[in-house]
Design a protein around this ligand. Structure first.
Ligand code: GLN
Length: 480
């Protein structure tokens, strides 16, 4: 078994022809992941018992002649902001170092119902706030493609495990780019579905109106399969959509001849030449496959970064109020009164980025500034969403870069939060509009750093997005 290159179809064949059992595979995958982890620090927690139990269920089903599901035996990792019953969930924060959730997130339940085997929880920026994974209380993740560089964030661990081959698929979360940006930095496929497509039940809230759960994988087919498994209405999340879930695999072979693709002009200014060059090669390839390209405009793009950082900090300041030292969290040992217990727990427990966002969010929501900032940002968000509706009347998909630059060095942007916030300039619009978007590998820079190409389609048109991605992959686009 070539663990780091294993694919889902190979696993299904191997299990069904009795080449290996799910229990054997889980054991091998765990051993490999544990041995490799010191290189990247991508896993925070390994879940041997849970993995063995899930694998045993698969083996028993196979032995009884039952169908164990499309993800049978597949070693999977879950970002540590997604809760797992009985399995520590830290959110990359000191505050939750010992938190053991009493329930599973819906996406986790569905992954396991499909036969998936969760082998561990992945490192991330604290409460998913960051673009480099350097805001984790448990140390940064190193990029498997270049160990002195960041893997991107906030789902840096989930991107790294797939790229490194220590999991076949993983779940991440995306609020402003946290799936696509690390996917692009590490050279993986990363999908942010339509807002509401996947239940957020059990995803620890950062900015509820922007939070998404989505898959990482090495191939388009595997992300489509994983999304099929986790998508769909969930009564436990009032914002989850009723729209039926099509079989995304059916769109993969359709080809792209005649598809109309828009290139938003606002996304190609200021792009580092190396990354930009790769995206242009990707576009040329899609042209050869028969796509028609047109320049389009999303005129409110320039307001996206400020708009996002007002809305997400406002929501975060409210969501993070629950970590008060009374319920889930650690409690400061230095407090003597109730008020001190709140203040010291939060003061000692939260990292700098969370504090920055709580202060900013509280400020933009304050009585005197609500209209000037929060309300204004909500209006701008509506305009940004309208930009997308407008262009999708004329084109089937949009192609853009994922990030202005490839993976940067550890520590390089740590002292400059504004620079860090600009990492997300091409990804946050998709979250603000709620449209599906994904990053696919698009070759490497001259330094050998992975570059990602972003594909966006209209609400619930995941099939159209996967169709472009799969055609691109088949034609060798991942290595252009
Ligand atoms: N990097 C962005 C932020 O810091 C996005 C994070 C995310 O998508 N969770 O908010």
């Amino acid at each position: 078994m070539d663990i780091p290159k294993l694919t889902i179809p190979e696993i299904q064949k191997g299990l069904r022809t009795r080449q290996f059992s799910a229990v054997e595979l889980a054991g091998e995958a765990l051993r490999f992941a544990q041995a490799e982890n010191p290189k990247t620090n991508a896993y925070l927690i390994f879940s041997e018992e849970r993995a063995q139990a899930a694998a045993r269920r698969v083996d028993e089903q196979l032995a009884r002649g039952e169908e164990p599901g499309p993800l049978a035996g597949v070693p999977a990792a879950v970002k540590d902001v997604i809760v797992t019953k009985g399995l520590r969930t830290t959110c990359g924060s000191r505050l939750l170092e010992h938190f053991i959730p009493p329930y599973d997130a819906t996406a986790v339940t569905r992954l396991e119902q499909a036969g998936g085997v969760i082998i561990g929880k992945t490192n991330c920026d604290e409460f998913a706030m960051g673009s480099s994974n350097e805001n984790s209380a448990y140390g940064p993740v190193r990029n498997p493609a270049a160990l002195d560089r960041v893997p991107g964030g906030s789902s840096g661990g989930s991107a790294a495990v797939v790229a490194q081959g220590t999991a076949v698929v993983s779940l991440g979360s995306d609020t402003g780019g946290s799936i696509r940006q690390p996917a692009s930095f590490c050279g993986a496929v990363g999908v942010t579905p339509t807002y509401g497509r996947v239940s957020r039940y059990g995803l620890v809230a950062f900015a509820s109106s922007l939070d998404h759960i989505g898959p990482f994988s090495r191939t388009v087919h595997e992300s489509a399969l994983l999304l099929n498994t986790i998508a769909g209405r969930d009564p436990l999340d009032a914002t989850s959509a009723f729209a039926p879930v099509p079989d995304y695999r059916e769109s993969l072979d359709q080809g792209v001849r005649g598809l109309r693709i828009g290139l938003p002009k606002e996304y190609f200014a200021g792009l580092a030449s190396d990354s930009g060059g790769q995206i242009h090669k990707g576009i040329e390839l899609l042209k050869k496959l028969g796509c028609e390209f047109a320049e389009v405009s999303l005129p409110h793009t320039e307001y996206a970064v400020p708009c996002y950082y007002i809305i997400c900090t406002a929501e975060a300041s409210s969501n993070l109020a629950r970590y008060d030292g009374i319920r889930y969290t650690m409690r400061s040992k230095n407090a003597t009164t109730l008020s001190e217990a709140y203040r010291k727990t939060r003061g000692e427990g939260f990292g700098a980025e969370c504090k920055r966002r709580i202060m900013l969010g509280t400020y933009v929501l304050s009585a005197g500034y609500y209209d000037a900032y929060y309300l204004k940002a909500q209006r701008v968000r509506a305009l940004i969403a309208q930009d997308f509706r407008n262009v999708f009347q004329n084109v089937d998909a949009l192609i853009t870069p994922v990030s202005p630059f490839p993976a940067f060095k550890l520590g390089e942007k740590l002292d400059d939060p504004l620079q860090m916030y600009l990492s997300d300039i091409y990804t946050i619009t998709g979250d603000l509009a709620g449209v599906p978007c994904m990053s696919v590998p698009c070759g490497k820079t001259s330094e050998g750093l992975p570059v990602g190409m972003q594909i966006l389609t209209k609400h619930f048109d995941e099939p159209g997005m996967f169709r472009v991605a799969a055609a691109f992959e088949r034609a060798g686009g991942f290595e252009v």
